[in-house]
Design a protein around this ligand. Structure first.
Ligand SMILES: Cc1cc2nc3c(=O)[nH]c(=O)nc-3n(C[C@H](O)[C@H](O)[C@H](O)COP(=O)(O)OP(=O)(O)OC[C@H]3O[C@@H](n4cnc5c(N)ncnc54)[C@H](O)[C@@H]3O)c2cc1C
Ligand code: SF4
Length: 488
């Protein structure tokens, strides 16, 4: 039993938890940030695919089809300080009003004035995050030859390709190694921004290699967390408020392990399922030596327009590429796979992401382990197929002499602890506080009532900033500890 007590304990240091902890620490709140993964920095990051997968990624988790038929979908997430932002590609996009309308429809989410939650409610928080991270538009310099190769294909079929906005600065050397951690710190994860700024100033307490086993709930309110240290010891740490930000796969599991009984916990898991479509070109393209995503096509982003977004261009590093390749016969193997991978420098990949309907689920089983389920319906599969057909047309129009693709994967899981006004359709209220347990908050991608068509991290960070504002305002007097003296 530890005698430590903090105003706020934040569990998980990714897009949500990293921002909440950094924001609150900067305002003088006493904050402890707990992270299951290790604390690794740019000095250690290098392009060593298998090492990064072991050191910075969660061991791969799979969602199995509820029907028992079809392939499981692998879900990639980070397990280190900075969470998935340490290994992501830094694309920064805002949600549109039609998407937030879907949130209102799903859970009755409203703003402080009781109106449907909309873009105006998020705009000041988006502004703040973009300013803080230095979000910029990728420019011509970022568009290497392989991007220009496919641009011709988009134009030839009458589609548009635009530069993305990203939280990367002018030190981005286009090395293409974002999924192994950015070696130049050009990519702005929560690790090298919100967290390090406060941790280095001594204003934020950070404990890596520390897994939270459960939130301690007494008399209907959260009073702290039980942790397992790197050495395997169990300790309890007290808190005025606990924010769970373990990602959409981890947060529902932690709530369930802690005894939160809401039937909606773990439901409405969205995958934003992604496929690669690869085109083979005569000239070397070196699509692995470019920032993985510099441009995108949003022509079909809303459900009415088709419900898919295409990102360009990228190709996984060799291990990921070889295990993903599929042709008409399914996953490739043997000599055809060897032949295809020998032409690695000639392949250019487009990444398709389809909007899904959040039919997946995180289930906490009797033995305490988690099981993940998908349940894609015909409409959702049709969107993914349309995205693949579109990408094939682009690549062929750009001059690809052969097209291959990957099986689906998810890098954008979202939902599972939805926020909303209606407790029968959501887990937390509009401020992120549990409907059942006082002083217990959720602050990450699991808040999303419906999958966004665009990359989720900027919206997660905007919601996290909003939650930090709410906690710091302390309207209900939950934070009882004295404010820490600010270190100059
Ligand atoms: C390869 C890849 C590329 C991506 N590219 C983009 C992009 O370009 N743009 C974009 O917007 N999004 C991108 N994303 C998605 C984005 O990074 C995530 O949606 C976002 O980081 C999720 O934030 P989160 O806070 O919900 O979870 P995470 O960032 O995953 O953080 C959760 C943290 O909680 C920790 N944790 C879990 N359980 C416990 C526990 N019990 N105790 C302590 N700690 C725990 C985890 O280790 C993890 O560090 C990408 C994702 C991947 C995998
Ligand atoms: S491509 Fe740019 S942002 Fe990505 S790892 Fe390399 S330097 Fe960092």
């Amino acid at each position: 039993m530890s005698s430590e007590h903090f105003e706020v304990v934040v569990v998980g240091s990714g897009a949500g938890g990293g921002v909440i902890a950094g924001e609150l620490a900067a305002r003088g709140r006493s904050v402890l940030l707990l992270e299951a993964g290790g604390h690794h920095t740019a000095a250690e990051f290098e392009r060593w695919e298998s090492r990064a997968m072991a050191q910075l990624w969660w061991p791969m988790r799979f969602a199995f089809p509820r029907s028992g038929e079809g392939a499981p979908i692998p879900m990639v997430t980070g397990r280190c300080v900075g969470g998935t932002t340490t290994i992501n590609t830094k694309v920064a996009l805002r949600a549109s009003q039609p998407e937030l309308d879907r949130w209102y429809d799903a859970t009755g989410l409203v703003n402080e004035r009781g109106e449907p939650f909309g873009v105006d409610d998020l705009a000041p928080y988006y502004d703040r995050v973009e300013r803080y991270l230095g979000v910029r538009e990728r420019n011509d310099w970022d568009w290497r030859g392989c991007v220009r190769t496919v641009k011709g294909g988009f134009e030839a079929i009458g589609a548009s390709l635009h530069p993305v906005h990203a939280y990367t600065d002018e030190n981005c050397m286009q090395c293409g190694s974002c999924l192994q951690g950015c070696p130049t710190n050009a990519g702005k994860s929560t690790l090298n921004t919100y967290i390090h700024r406060e941790w280095m100033r001594g204003t934020l307490a950070l404990r890596a290699d520390t897994t939270v086993r459960r939130v301690v709930i007494e008399g209907g309110e959260a009073t702290g967390v039980e942790i397992e240290t790197a050495g395997g010891e169990l300790e309890t740490i007290g808190a005025d408020a606990v924010v769970v930000a373990c990602g959409s796969l981890g947060s529902p599991h932690l709530l369930a392990r802690s005894g939160v009984t809401n039937d909606r916990v773990g439901r409405n898991l969205g995958f934003h399922p992604a496929h690669f479509v690869f085109g083979l070109f005569d000239e070397p393209q070196d699509a692995h030596m470019v920032a993985p995503i510099t441009s995108h096509c949003l022509d079909h982003a809303t459900i009415d327009q088709g419900g898919f977004v295409i990102e360009a261009v990228t190709v996984q590093d060799p291990i990921g590429f070889a295990i993903a390749l599929c042709d008409e016969s399914g996953p490739m193997w043997g000599q055809p796979l060897v032949d295809a991978t020998r032409q690695y420098r000639h392949w250019v990949g487009l990444l398709n992401m389809a909007t899904d309907d959040n039919n997946g689920r995180v289930i906490t089983q009797e033995d305490g382990s988690a099981r993940y389920e998908s349940d894609f319906q015909p409409d959702e599969l049709a969107r993914a197929d349309a995205a693949t057909a579109f990408s094939r047309r682009v690549l062929e129009a750009a001059g690809a002499k052969r097209v291959l693709w990957s099986s689906p994967a998810s890098t954008h899981t979202q939902g599972t602890c939805a926020m909303g006004a209606d407790p029968s359709r959501s887990v937390v209220d509009g401020n992120g506080q549990s409907h059942e347990v006082d002083r217990l908050y959720v602050g990450d991608s699991s808040l999303f009532p419906r999958t966004l068509s665009v990359n989720p991290s900027l919206t997660i960070m905007a919601l996290a900033t909003r939650l930090a504002d709410h906690l710091d305002a302390n309207v209900s007097g939950q934070l009882r500890g004295a404010r820490r003296e600010m270190v100059a």
